[in-house]
Design a protein around this ligand. Sequence first.
Ligand code: NAD
Length: 481
Amino acid sequence: MSEFKSNSIEEVDDAYKTLHATFRAGITRPFSWRKHQLNQVILMLRENIDIIVQALATDLRKPSQETIVGEIGTIVRRATQSAAQLDEWASDEIVTVPDWQQGWSPTVLKRPKGVVLVISPWNYPIALSLQPVVGAIAAGCPALLKPSEISPATSSVLADLYPKYLDQSAYRVINGGVPEVTYLLKLKWDHIMYTGNAVIARIVAKAAAEHLTPVTLELGGKSPVVIDPKTTNLKIAAKRVLWGKTVNAGQICVAPDYVLIPRSAQDDFVEAIKEAAVELHIDSTLTSDSYSSIVSEGHFKRLQNMMTKSSGKLVVGGNTDEQNRRITPTVYRDVEKDDSLLEGEIFGPVLPIVPVDDIRQAIEYINAHPHPLTLYAFTEDPEVKQTLRDETRSGSLNFNDVIQPLAVDQLPFSGVGESGYGHQTLKYSYDEYTYLRSSVDIPLALEPHFSARYPPYTQATTEALAVHSGAIEAPATGAKL
Ligand code: NAD
């Protein structure tokens, strides 16, 4: 595995020029070529499982099971599906029109937008880098990938593997940090796909606006979990929620961020959390290979600071190992609304339980805060489900489990408001990098039908076209306009 190395400005310029020239030359357009590149993505991942597992272990101590399933399996599955459905997604659409337009061949052409810039984060550095690239390939777009400097081992592996598998005239990796990405953002792209936090998203969106470049923003935020104790099984709910804080050490955009539960049920839920903590062996977190580390010293300190400042009562966990950047899944109860754990997105293995009067108050709390990426609710009550559907907003709304909904590739993945905009996975990704080009072909032989549109206009032509256009109803015989 090579050392992380930032690319030079000359290398950025070369990649930029090459990708645009490739697009203009039409190289990325044939479906057979796109399918070949998608298959190469699959090959790149399958033939290098060990190297990728090792890189993620270096960056995050990510357990190999999580890397194989969540990073490699996810992309292999989506690339396979995209190659299989590409012809269907990309085929021209003939639209249904009124009789008088029948001979015009009205068609929607699906065309690649052009060259895509992908800026990806560290927490799922393979999946979140390659997911947009798979979409770009399917859509016939070249793409320049700028992976995160916070996961340098994985970013280096991507830079090493790309030239061995993908057509370098269309797919390149540029590594670097703020200077490199700032330079990239000065250039004009045909689409920018950014995954990361909402502060940087604003920088990306502003830079894109200079060129009127369309942007997809996949962001995060605080994803709440509503527990309806009257209709749910608290033991299963507690186990699932706590599990959601162990996956990648809670460093996942759709991790449950905090729990809202009616006060009267808090004691029972806390007991269930304690049982779940035993079942999930959280006391072994600091040494176990089944748990990830916190990605960096900065993020470790940020989490430690949040925990120290919290006035919540510790329920389970609370142990940390600074040297290895490990934190035991930690749960606090009786967390007040102004607590440090309720300020920003936690993005770590810490879970505050916030007692509320009832479900109604939980909904009010959610609606008083930015729209989350995901809203979770544990309930079997159809009315509660419907109220949540009707009265809240979030990128997705998932009942009775956390994180697992990500396995449904066919659903659009996206935020709303502060959690982002644009969509992805499978056809939604394809659509994101595709523009719809309308086309008609009006035969010259139809010329006699157009006589009324040409000047000089007369009472008769105006009347005829007024009726034809729908501006007025057909007048009764003899009536004037
Ligand atoms: P990060 O620090 O790796 O940053 C993401 C990318 O932004 C990197 O490639 C980085 O180089 C780039 N960047 C840094 N400074 C920049 C600048 N000034 N201008 C332009 N780009 C710049 O990752 P992060 O932001 O810590 O990621 C975590 C956040 O991402 C969380 O909020 C999480 O919820 C969110 N997230 C969202 C999704 C999703 O799909 N919705 C997925 C994963 C993470």
